[in-house]
Ligand binder design. Structure first.
Ligand code: FES
Length: 110
């Protein structure tokens, strides 16, 4: 298990998450209404987070390619649908249903 601390619109939340799970699912299962509009397929980038500390793992080609199309992102921006939990992490969630008014989208697969 790893400890995840997430900065969200209403402050900060901390929870435990099983190693190997997708970060986006851990966030959702712990009450964070993060967007994941493409269903976890590294296409929409709405699930993006900023990694403040912790090990997010290697970036895959699909993630690297889609993030490269967005010029205005901080260098520590990652897609939470592409991160498998492997260590304690501190992150900032950038897009929530409650702040954007958007439907979160299809839940990504485990
Ligand atoms: S890029 Fe669409 S859910 Fe992650």
């Amino acid at each position: 298990m790893s400890t995840i601390t997430a900065e969200i619109a209403t402050g900060s939340t901390t929870f435990e998450c099983e190693d190997g799970r997708k970060l986006v699912l851990c966030l959702e299962d712990n009450g964070v209404d993060i967007l994941h509009r493409c269903g976890g397929n590294a296409r929409c980038t709405t699930c993006r987070v900023e990694v403040i500390s912790g090990e997010a793992g290697e970036m895959g080609e699909a993630e690297r390619n889609i993030l490269a199309t967005k010029g205005d992102l901080a260098p520590n921006t990652r897609l939470s649908c592409q991160i498998r939990i492997a260590s304690d992490m501190h992150i900032k969630v950038l897009n929530q249903a409650s702040t954007t008014g958007m439907d979160p989208g299809t839940r990504p697969e485990e």
